[in-house]
Design a protein around this ligand. Structure first.
Ligand SMILES: [Zn+2]
Ligand SMILES: [Zn+2]
Length: 326
């Protein structure tokens, strides 16, 4: 019958409704990072001196500062200019205790300290940890930055409770994070840090000249090679980390004239990554001469070198505001 024929024929609207009901019946697939995941938040990834301008927008120009944590629980390594933005972020959480570890006291690792906002607010506590062996004591170095000749605000004007501690022994524990340290090869007493959270590890070595003076091809070298053996302590310290954060500041061409300046050539850094057997590598502490284009090209070369070393792990460049889970 005409009536029933009309009744049973689906219109386009009916079909669309049916389709959308079928889709709605299944929960949408929305992947999320599972549970608690420890992270490294890079706030400053430039070495030596901050840079700015259109040639540096992709990687950013702030000097060394990272926060390592999980959820709201975190600690900080280095107080380069990147710590200024971190400080503004921490203000939104209200007064808390901040643990700040310093690899060494070269400018690019402390110059953001006078601009770290929590220092000026009552209720915040800031504990600053540094290794033994600095020329002056840690407090004098930080206080010196606030000398009236350099800065308008004085250390005494900082209202936070500030405490300085020398890192003695080999490790300490903060909440669920174990933090260990080891000396690196760099002018001035310099530390690298390793953090373990529930079995996951990240090594942070911002400044390290691996194999000083070595300009040859790294392929024939191994842990038993005489020049490598001198670095066995640091290699052992970083062995098998889930995430290695280690500089590779100079191209091999640049390294020829910068031997002894405390930073690794690209190929020497690649060899170190291989010898540590790190699972993943993020490179920080970019040279101020290296703009975004230069860094993109350098990263491609890094991947080629790792392939030629038969160690093609995932490698990337740190940039300001990168959050890397490990
Ligand atoms: Zn540095
Ligand atoms: Zn340095």
């Amino acid at each position: 019958m005409a009536w029933s024929a009309t009744k049973t024929k689906n219109t386009r609207k009916d079909v669309v409704d049916t389709e959308s009901k079928q889709v709605a019946a299944e929960a949408p697939y929305i992947p999320v990072i599972p549970g608690e995941q420890p992270y490294v938040h890079f706030w400053g990834t430039r070495g030596s001196i901050p840079v700015s301008g259109p040639r540096f927008v992709r990687h950013g120009g702030n000097t060394s500062c990272v926060a390592i944590g999980v959820g709201d629980e975190c600690f900080v390594i280095d107080a380069g200019s990147g710590i200024r933005d971190l400080g503004l972020r921490l203000l939104s959480r209200g007064p808390c205790r901040i643990h700040l570890f310093i690899t060494h006291t070269h400018w690019d690792h402390i110059q953001g300290f006078p601009f770290f906002a929590p220092l000026f607010i009552p209720g915040y506590e800031v504990v600053i940890y540094g290794g033994p062996g600095f020329g002056k004591d840690l407090k004098s170095i930080f206080r010196g930055q606030l000398d009236r000749d350099y800065f308008p605000v004085q250390f005494e004007d900082m209202c936070a409770n500030i405490d300085f501690q020398i890192l003695e022994g080999e490790s300490l524990t903060l909440d669920n994070f174990k933090i260990e340290w080891e000396s690196t090869h760099h002018p001035a007493a310099t530390l690298g840090f390793k953090t373990t959270w529930k079995g996951r590890t990240v090594g942070y070595v911002s400044d390290n000249e691996f194999l000083p003076g070595f300009q040859g091809a790294p392929h024939a070298l191994n842990e038993n090679s005489e020049i490598v053996a001198a670095h066995s302590k640091l290699i052992g310290f970083l062995k098998d980390v889930d995430l290695l954060i280690h500089e590779a500041q100079y191209t091999n061409e640049e390294y020829v004239t910068k031997i002894g300046w405390g930073h690794s050539s690209l190929t020497n850094a690649c060899l170190l990554a291989k010898l540590t057997r790190a699972k993943r590598w993020i490179i920080p502490h970019h040279d101020p001469l290296h703009d975004d284009i230069a860094l993109a090209s350098k990263l491609n070369l890094t991947r080629e070198i790792l392939r030629s070393l038969d160690y093609p792990i995932e490698v990337s460049h740190a940039f300001d505001e990168l959050i890397a889970y490990f």
